[in-house]
Design a protein around this ligand. Structure first.
Ligand code: ATP
Length: 231
């Protein structure tokens, strides 16, 4: 097994008058693809926000290896409000995630980084199109490219496939899996789509209102699948 990049230790997160989860424990390793599943409102996004250090745990912690600075995040959030009027091209939108960026004056190295991720995500043909005009699937690819442009070592996808048809879902996840396997990118994929999790993930974390289950994706039982699909 590869080295862990993060470990969640006895984690408890609570809002006023509402405990979301407690005593949560699992590790994520380099190159691991983890699917986080569970019914609506059980705490999946809350867990992601805690890993991203936007929320402070009530108890326990999230430990990064070898240290916090060594773990860089790429994040595709659950919702984004990008309407037809959105002014940036797909290419400029992707460039926004470059650190130190002063659009439109990218350095040669930055231009190469953007060219590379655009090629890797098959967006060359439409890179100059306004993002607002792109289809749902093209937008998701652009969000993925933006999350990956700085070559993070942990990619977090929060229900990124929820609005996509089956063909686009698999196309997007094929891309993610390619990065996962070729660059040892670790992936946390939050989803309600069990067939997708079963096809792409190595391990799963099933969050329940008062407990959790973690293990190899092959050990997700019929009953677990029914539990998540019934929501
Ligand atoms: N800022 C907040 N203040 C108070 N309660 C919150 C806050 N954010 C989330 N919650 C509550 O915490 C619980 C977990 O929410 P969360 O969004 O993590 O669930 P989820 O599993 O991601 O749900 P879904 O599958 O519907 O996206 C819910 O009951 C939610 O209402």
């Amino acid at each position: 097994m590869t080295d862990p990049i993060l470990r969640v230790n006895n984690l408890k997160v609570a809002f006023p008058n509402h405990r979301v989860f407690e005593n949560l424990n699992f590790s994520l390793h380099k190159g691991e693809f983890l699917s986080v599943v569970g019914e609506n409102g059980v705490g999946k996004t809350t867990l992601i926000r805690t890993i991203l250090q936007q929320l402070k745990p009530a108890a326990g912690n999230v430990q990064f290896f070898p240290n916090r600075k060594a773990v860089t995040f790429g994040y595709v959030p659950q919702f984004r409000n990008i309407d037809e009027e959105y002014p940036l091209s797909i290419r400029d939108f992707i460039s926004l995630n470059l650190s130190g960026i002063k659009l439109p004056w990218l350095s040669r190295k930055e231009r190469q980084q953007v060219d590379q991720i655009i090629a890797q995500t098959n967006l060359q043909r439409i890179q100059n199109r306004p993002l607002g005009m792109a289809s749902g699937g093209e937008k998701q690819k652009a969000y993925l490219a933006q999350a990956l442009v700085e070559q993070p070592n942990l990619l977090i996808l929060d229900e990124s496939t929820a609005s996509l048809d089956n063909v686009m879902k698999y196309e997007l996840l094929d891309l993610v899996k390619h990065f996962n396997q070729v660059t040892q990118l670790s992936v946390i994929f939050v989803t309600h789509d069990l067939p997708l999790a079963q096809k792409y993930a190595d391990n799963f974390l099933l969050l329940r209102p008062t407990s959790f289950k973690y293990g190899p994706i092959g050990e997700l039982s019929e009953a677990d699948v029914k539990e998540v699909s019934d929501v």
